[in-house]
Design a protein around this ligand. Sequence first.
Ligand code: NAP
Length: 272
Amino acid sequence: MTLVAPGEWALVTGASSGIGACLATRLLERGIPTLLVARTAAPMEALAARFAGRVPCEVLVTDLAREGAAADLFARSEGAGKPVGLLVNDAGFGWNGAFDAQPEELLTAMLTVNVVAPAALTRAFLPAMRARRRGRILNVASTAAFLPNPYFAAYSASKAFLLSLSLALREEVAKDGIVVTCLCPGVTRTPFFEPAGMDEKKLRAFGLLDPDTVAERGLRALGKGKALSITSPRDRLWIALLRLVPRGLPPKVAAALFARSSVGGGATERRY
Ligand SMILES: NC(=O)c1ccc[n+]([C@@H]2O[C@H](COP(=O)([O-])OP(=O)(O)OC[C@H]3O[C@@H](n4cnc5c(N)ncnc54)[C@H](OP(=O)(O)O)[C@@H]3O)[C@@H](O)[C@H]2O)c1
């Protein structure tokens, strides 16, 4: 199934790094015109340069923690004659440590990028998709969405929001020809961990996923109109088992695991 109609664009947040960069690359390889969104211009410009003259690709440098970012992106895409047929909400970051040790400004920024921005972008682009009676939304949550993780509490809750929003919205918009898919990777080899205050070496026991594999499986699930893409079979198994145990038990197990993966609290300042 094609992901966008001729003349439409994909808009990918978090396209400067990790899973988002892989998603954008895979879309461009499919010949889909793509708008790249993040704060760091250089890697996005390099990606656009790779496809120059072959597939339209533009860089929209944006801080999604800033108020009005969604309206601004809408004006620079849909409002500028570039209809967005596929919205990919990938941008996000984490923070590992005691809940009340996370600086308040950083907590607010994290919830804005992980929760408010995808909701606001979806709210901005959905009416035009409904009017065209087609569209696709890929939300990058996490396996953390299924498990309240102590020492990763606000991040896990932010991903639970995105999972819940995706599954509910999917039912609202199906009648208008719009597909919403939630991509839930497990631990994936990207630059996510260091700013989150996590020791990647300690996480290798979980089996690090390749970001390109995560991206491709997510896009295939979206193409097939699936509700969920949980990348690895191992993650699918423990998520299925969660339904069989009392709700209070998994967070107790996760507390032990996450306390060990922490390097003593996440970053205390925003990266820039
Ligand atoms: N790696 C994992 O194990 C894992 C597992 C499950 C889910 N995820 C999710 O996957 C998504 C991508 O993460 P990743 O692992 O690929 O990490 P990453 O390499 O650190 O990528 C994060 C992306 O989010 C963007 N971003 C962060 N803050 C932003 C802001 N204020 N405004 C605009 N863009 C912002 C970053 O761009 P700039 O810094 O250039 O702005 C970057 O492109 C996230 O939502 C993450 O929660 C990751």
